[in-house]
Design a protein around this ligand. Structure first.
Ligand code: WT7
Length: 632
């Protein structure tokens, strides 16, 4: 490999055609002015959206790290996602094109009809007693109703809490209990590679012990028989037929800081934490970041392959593109079913222009060879995007050349559930470096520091921190302000600890390496080691367990577990399989360990803490490091 082509040296310069009419022309100038006065920059961005009352103060940091944005302002994210588009030509523009796993099922909605659906859903929620500030749990697959339900909650000032429709009943139940929601919106089932995943059965199990849930709305999707509790469960289509569903439903104007949603995500310890996002700042940050990074044009067809149950789905499948008035494309199924050209077929058929996906999907599709995408006309594509984990240069090049025809720049967006919006990325006018996320977004600043918080020299690995608050950043952890402070702000006061390791190069580009805490990114999904261990520990054969992430060619990381068996239980392949299934059933299929090893004991500190780093080092054949705290 010549020096020119080492990863750090490889640079792609934007083609002049990419810049024609681009949102951000002179990124250096914008970066400089936003850095000089971030608040003025954000005020300018906020003024592109509609407010029923203007804000008095852009940023109130007097109670940092509890930041408030656009203080005194009143708006509603739905005013900007839907209502304002109804007044002009966008009224008849397609807001949503949905295609089922059975691709003969297609549903399309103009902004006008999207509004009808949202008003109808909001009327029903009102009739069920949902009021401003109430938490509504949404456990739905990728079908249009998930968008309607989210927007209907937001329209009323209610707070939605989506739970990825691949989580088990235990995970669902603990999240419902934590959020104390009274209403659950689900479907009979979802289609997963031709088979039904029984969502309603899981909800029935999940709310069995939940005291708060009064009503369940069930959308008919897969059509199999499900049990319906006559007091508690309601078919959505029956409700829609009621007179109460019809008529105009005004969008409640809320304070900029009014909560919009809770989203549970995994942390280093304990149970998942509910990240809290608000209307005003979130709306501004998500709109700005999508518009600038993906340069949304009036005739774009935007496809973000994420599930609505993750933050990427919230910010860039639902809210962001609707804020920009784009046409959203949404596909129910997975990329490899029934054949590994499903995505390429859809891009061709629907003329997708901007395509945002995850490295793990790219790697898995790459393995099927170039012939599948080569048979399709992908020339409608203009821009590509990647998110969720670092993208390795081989996958980057394949995505760029085979999918993007060597013509489409790839925006590698680094961000988190907590940040709500991109924090490190490029915009199309910037040079690209395969494998590097890029630069802090306008108005943001980041650095790489050592354990004491001192910036390390460029090219050196360290802890990634963000230096500025951002409007779309979460406000707190719901019901746990102390954990919010301790996890993110206590280590380096005034700076936000991301939990990631990174390097910065001499051009100011950030190369994200991965998590430094007890969080594993598996196929881009975020899981806590402790959650997997707890799921294993729930099996009667298991005395204790440790879970770690090890590198995996397609998934990025895969979970490996070490299990100490109860007296009288013998290791066997059958037991290994049983334990893997147990994790799938009690946490989620995405958390299923790749391998389980049965061991006599686990390496622990004298105080009894499992030393996962020792297990990792052993598995990777690396030096085990400092073992002075290891018990005998
Ligand atoms: C973690 C956050 C927010 C998008 C979905 C994931 C990793 C995310 C990148 C990227 C390298 C990335 C980080 C981060 N990550 N995007 N472009 N390059 N790593 O959200 O589930 O909250 O996970 O995902 O490790 O901390 P999340």
């Amino acid at each position: 490999m010549s020096e020119e082509s080492t990863p750090e040296k490889l640079v792609y310069h934007p083609d002049p055609s990419v810049l024609e009419g681009a949102t951000v022309q002179d990124w250096r100038a914008l970066e400089a002015s936003a850095t000089a006065d971030p608040q003025a920059y954000w005020a300018e961005q906020a003024s592109q959206l509609e407010w029923s009352r203007p804000w008095d103060t852009v940023l109130d940091d007097s109670a940092a790290p509890f930041f408030k944005w656009f203080v005194g302002g009143r708006t509603n994210i739905v005013t900007n996602c839907v209502d304002r588009h109804l007044r002009g030509a966008r009224k008849n523009k397609l807001a949503l094109i949905w295609v089922g796993e059975d691709t003969s099922k297609v549903r399309t909605f103009s902004y006008f009809s999207l509004n009808r659906e949202v008003e109808q859903f909001a009327n029903l929620l009102t009739a069920m007693g949902v009021r401003e500030g109430d938490v509504v749990t949404i456990y739905l697959p990728r079908i249009p109703e998930v968008v309607f339900a989210m927007l209907a909650c937001a329209k009323l000032g209610a707070v939605h809490s989506l739970i990825f429709a691949g989580y088990s009943s235990d995970a669902l139940s603990s999240r419902i209990q934590d959020s104390e929601s009274k209403l659950v919106i689900t479907a009979d089932g979802s289609w997963v590679n031709g088979k039904v995943f029984p969502l309603k059965d899981i909800v029935d199990e999940g709310i069995h012990f939940s005291a708060t849930v009064e009503n369940v709305i069930v959308v008919r999707n897969t059509g199999q028989d499900v049990s319906m509790d006559p007091e508690r469960d309601h078919w959505y289509h029956d409700l829609c037929a009621l007179p109460i569903a019809r008529g105009h439903c005004p969008t409640v104007q809320v304070d900029a800081e009014h909560p919009l949603y809770l989203l549970y995500t995994s942390g280093s310890t304990g149970s998942p934490k509910a990240i809290l996002h608000t209307h005003g700042g979130y709306m501004v940050g998500v709109h700005t970041s999508l518009q600038q990074t993906f340069d949304i044009r009036e005739d774009d067809r935007w496809w973000c392959t994420a599930d609505p149950g993750w933050v990427t789905g919230h910010s860039y499948l639902v809210y962001g593109p609707l804020l920009t008035g784009a046409t959203v494309f949404m596909y129910e199924g997975s990329p490899t079913y029934p054949h590994p050209d499903r995505w390429w077929q859809l891009i061709e058929h629907y003329g997708i222009t901007t395509f945002y996906t995850a490295p793990t999907a790219i790697r898995s599709l790459m393995r099927f060879g170039d012939a599948w995408p080569r048979r399709r006309d992908l020339s409608s594509l203009r821009l590509l995007g990647s998110v969720g984990e670092p993208i390795n240069p081989e996958a980057w090049r394949w995505f760029h050349e085979v999918i993007g025809g060597g013509r489409c720049p790839i925006m590698d967006t680094w961000w988190q559930t907590e940040t709500g919006m991109f924090q490190i990325t490029t915009v199309p006018s910037m040079p690209l470096k395969p494998g590097a996320a890029g630069r802090p977004v306008f108005g943001q600043d980041a650095e790489v520091v050592d354990e004491e918080g001192h910036p390390v020299p460029d090219g050196t690995e360290g802890l990634l921190v963000l230096k500025n608050p951002a409007p779309a950043m979460f406000r707190t952890i719901f019901k746990d302000e102390q954990r919010y402070i301790d996890t993110y702000w206590a280590k380096f006061p005034g700076r936000y600890l991301t939990g990631d390791a990174a390097k910065r190069d001499e051009d100011g580009y950030f190369w994200v390496i991965g998590r430094t805490d007890d969080v594993i990114k598996v196929s881009g999904h975020r899981l806590g080691n402790a959650e997997v261990e707890a799921a294993l520990g729930g099996h009667p054969a298991v005395v204790e367990a440790a879970a770690i992430g090890l590198p995996h060619e397609v998934k990025g990381n895969a979970i490996h577990a070490y299990v100490v068996l109860a007296m009288g239980r013998e290791p066997s392949q059958a037991l290994e399989q049983e334990l893997r299934d147990h994790v799938a059933k009690h946490l989620s299929p995405i958390a299923k360990p790749e391998r389980i090893e049965f061991v006599e004991k686990l390496p622990k500190t004298r105080s009894g803490k499992i030393m996962r780093r020792v297990l990792r080092a052993r598995a990777l054949g690396q030096d085990e490091g400092d073992l002075t705290t290891l018990e005998e």
